[in-house]
Design a protein around this ligand. Structure first.
Ligand SMILES: *Cc1c(COP(=O)(O)O)cnc(C)c1O
Length: 383
């Protein structure tokens, strides 16, 4: 079976975990802070702005809570979003308002966002589809001009940037995912970025029981008398990461450039092998200045044959899929929305396997089988 995604974990990660075991400290501690520092350096932000948490989903829920969203508030997000993005909005009582996407990039344009904004819009949530930055620069400027908070779901954009500036740092709040299917993984895990220092400190408290300043006990001189007294002013939860997963994260972050390079090669190989194949449309190339994480590779087919081609490939041991099923068609969020770009993309898009563990023979097999299936299904559709 050729998987659509797969983790790359090995001896270095095992050794890092072994060291944590022998240190006898597995909770939030020095390795977590080291991973936050390293990730901050990678992004070019201050380490105090980051919190290593247990998932990107926790980060999404923390964000909507931080903004004190509630009934009467609207949050605009593409219908082509991960379900947690809408769940995090709905959990507060605010209303998710779904906008359209470009049918070929599957990213929203600034015009798509603008069309969905209402006077009640408090925030916009965008992801970078497949790790491609999309219209993020213009969307950030649009939100800034109107005083609308921008949350970037950078879950799949660990290495994505525009002119050297990292995705996730254009808006006010962002999160990255280290879930098992992402480019780098800690099993479960996520990083939360909050630009505003005050809001960032509140995020720290909300992430850990409402406790103020989790660094209080790191130096002996800072230990107060009656250190067991709690200064709790926020109703917090418990979504922080730990030194075991952080140690894995540090190794994965160091290895990331080779992962991204391999994903770029696979993308270029697919582009070459699928060039000028009748019935197959390749993804648009990222614009100049855009750096991608190459998280998805997709093709667009005649909707009449897309599902059959997916089944043919599954029969040949090749797993393909579509992301993200439009949320305005999912029962809990069903809404009457006229989103032509979304409808078009949802009917014709198929994601092919892409991960750094794929070798050249796998990539050729996927491309060959895809071409055969498309040719065969097109012929039967015409007869
Ligand atoms: C994976 C993913 C998430 C959720 O990440 P978790 O760490 O599993 O909670 C959110 N948004 C997008 C776009 C994702 O791909």
């Amino acid at each position: 079976m050729i998987n659509i995604s797969q983790p790359s974990l090995g001896a270095e990660e095992l050794e890092a975990v072994r060291e944590v075991f022998s240190s006898n400290w597995v909770g939030y501690g020095p390795r977590t802070r080291a991973f936050e520092r390293e990730f901050a350096e990678h992004l070019g932000v201050a380490p105090e702005r980051l919190i290593f948490i247990n998932s990107a989903t926790s980060g999404l829920f923390l964000s909507t809570e931080l903004l004190d969203l509630g009934p009467g508030d609207d949050v605009v997000l593409p219908s082509v979003s991960f379900v947690a993005d809408a769940n995090a909005v709905a959990a507060t009582g605010a209303r998710p308002v779904f906008c359209d996407v470009d049918p070929h990039t599957l990213n929203p344009t600034v015009a798509d966002i603008a069309r969905a904004v209402t006077p009640r819009t408090r925030a916009v949530i965008v992801l970078h589809y497949g790790g491609h930055p999309g219209d993020i620069v213009a969307i950030a400027a649009f939100c800034r001009d109107r005083g609308i908070t921008l949350i970037e779901d950078a879950s799949v954009s660990v290495a994505s940037a525009v002119d050297g500036r990292h995705c996730g740092t254009f808006g006010d709040i962002a999160m990255w995912s280290f879930d098992s299917r992402k480019v780098i993984t800690t099993g479960d895990g996520g990083m939360l970025y909050v630009r505003d220092p005050e809001l960032g400190r509140r995020a720290q408290r909300l992430a850990y029981h409402g406790v103020d300043d989790r660094s209080t006990f790191t130096t002996a001189s800072a230990v107060p008398r009656r250190w067991w007294e709690l200064a709790i002013h926020d109703v917090g939860r418990r979504v922080i990461g730990n030194d075991l997963t952080a140690a894995i994260g540090s190794v994965q972050l160091r290895r990331m450039p080779t992962f991204i390079e391999r994903r770029r090669e696979i993308t270029e190989t697919y582009n070459r092998l699928l060039r000028d194949v009748a019935g197959i449309r390749r993804p648009p190339p990222p614009p100049a200045g855009h750096t991608s994480s190459y998280y998805f590779y997709w093709v667009q087919l005649d909707p009449a044959i897309r599902d059959d081609v997916a089944e043919d490939l599954l029969d040949r041991g090749i797993y393909t899929t579509f992301r993200y099923e439009p949320l305005h068609t999912v029962p809990i969020f069903r809404a009457d929305a006229d989103l032509p770009g979304t409808a078009e993309a949802a009917a014709n898009t198929l994601l092919l396997p892409i991960h750094q563990g794929l070798d050249d023979a796998d990539v050729r097999t996927v491309a060959d089988e895809l071409c055969k299936a498309v040719e065969h299904r097109r012929a039967s559709a015409q007869s």
